[in-house]
Design a protein around this ligand. Structure first.
Ligand code: C2E
Ligand code: CA
Ligand code: CA
Length: 388
């Protein structure tokens, strides 16, 4: 703290401090904690709202003109507030929270106060902690890929696998994507995760290739990736680092709904990726309301019928109508069509009756670790009803 008592700035601070004191009560405390920052500790409030008139008066007191050395100076204040014990933190954190609230007040304009939001702070902290934990999972190889076979039911032929990410959590066990992907959505770490998946999938393609099997692999790509041109360069780098992997064995699954969000740039990025040799499938098809014009322009080789329709089609004629509709669209636009969620033999039989021969689902195989795929491929036989 400086002690040159006679500069205009110091005079201004003194004048302000005196004025601020006049609006506080005797039991309250005011102190300057450095620079132009003051802290007021306001005690004995029956409820938080009781302090609002005091805050208004503090703002007014700070905003009035101050005369220093014949100069009329005008300043404005921004006030950040947190309430103890609602914000159940120690003194240091209470100050930090008030400080955060003050910065928010500043951003909203001059002469304002802002109340620290405890619930929001908890939410942000939780999100940061889970991001940090997922970051560690990536760094410490706790993420693993499972593979779910896709087949041609009619010909009884295995046609490839879809990669599905899992988190082998040291304490919580094997976690499904729904438990951790939502918390990284929209965060740069999701870009890194998708790259990790593509890289791991290509390594696996190569491993299977060395064992004598050519297995096409589909990977799921997060919603925002395809809206960024940078994705093309990253995909090119990944392909270049696996020169022995045929890009034709890599299919990217993107959500129909995310493809529609920013059609023009998505189509551009898709075409650039296709030029690198990979292909696309539109995932969860039927949930995104593609118009026919859109579908015509999206360069996806394959439509994946969303599993919700497939699962329900045996009981609900509307779901069956949607399944039929998607199959019809695929035929009309000369796209492949595959059904997800073929949970039982009956689902497969109905799909075949509708003219959809490609499927994946628990009725064929559950997602499995890479080490089990070869065995499964050797042993799998289609249901007799399908090939009849
Ligand atoms: P999705 O792409 O629609 O994947 C299919 C999901 O359906 C998988 O759930 C799969 O286990 C499940 N499934 C397969 N067959 C059946 C069936 O017969 N019945 C039922 N009820 N479910 C079946 P999972 O593995 O929990 O994945 C959920 C979602 O997480 C995926 O949905 C995908 O959107 C996302 N996801 C998975 N892996 C990745 C990844 O590596 N990267 C990204 N960005 N997203 C991923
Ligand atoms: Ca998928
Ligand atoms: Ca899907």
């Amino acid at each position: 703290m400086t002690s040159t008592a006679t500069t205009p700035v110091t005079d201004l601070l003194i004048a302000l401090a005196q004025r601020l004191k006049t609006v506080l009560r005797d039991e309250d405390t005011l102190s300057r904690i450095g620079g132009d920052e003051f802290v007021a500790v306001i005690v004995n409030l029956d409820q938080p709202q009781t302090c609002e008139p005091i805050l208004e008066r503090l703002l007014q007191a700070a905003a009035g003109p101050v005369i220093v050395d014949d100069l009329v100076l005008g300043v404005s204040a921004s006030v950040g507030v947190t309430f103890y014990p609602q914000d159940n933190s120690d003194a240091e954190r209470l100050l930090r929270h008030a400080d955060q609230a003050m910065y928010q007040a500043k951003q909203m304009g001059r002469n304002r106060y802002h109340l620290f939001d405890v619930a929001q702070d908890v939410a942000v902290t939780v999100r940061n902690e889970s991001l940090a934990r997922i970051r560690r999972a990536l760094d410490e190889s706790e993420l693993v890929l499972y593979y779910q076979p896709k087949v041609n039911m009619k010909m009884g032929k295995f046609i490839g696998v879809e990669t599905l990410i899992r988190w082998q959590h040291p304490e919580r066990g094997l976690l499904l994507p729904a438990t951790f992907l939502p918390s990284i959505e929209g965060h740069p770490i999701s870009v890194e995760l998708d790259e990790w998946v593509i890289n791991a999938a290509m390594t696996q393609i190569r491993t299977w290739h060395s064992a004598g099997l050519e297995i096409p692999v589909s990977v799921n790509i997060g919603a925002r990736q395809l809206q960024q041109r940078a994705f093309v360069a990253r995909l090119a780098d990944l392909l270049a680092s696996h020169p022995k992997v045929d890009p034709a064995n890599l299919e990217l699954e993107i959500l129909e709904s995310s493809a529609l969000e920013d059609m023009l740039s998505v189509v551009e990025v898709m075409n650039a990726c296709i030029a690198l040799g990979v292909s696309f499938a539109l995932d969860d098809f039927g949930t995104g309301y593609s118009s026919l014009t859109y579908l015509r322009r999206l360069p996806a080789k394959c439509l994946k019928i969303d599993r919700s329709f497939v699962l329900e089609m045996l009981d609900d004629p509307d779901d069956l109508a949607i399944v039929q509709g998607v199959i019809g669209l695929a035929t009309a636009f000369r796209r492949q069509v595959i059904a997800e969620g073929a949970e039982t033999v009956a689902h497969g039989t109905q799909l075949l009756a509708q003219g959809c021969v490609l499927a994946q689902g628990f009725g064929i195989a559950r997602p499995m670790p890479a080490s089990e795929v070869l065995d499964w491929v050797v042993k799998w036989r289609p249901d007799a009803a399908w090939t009849a």
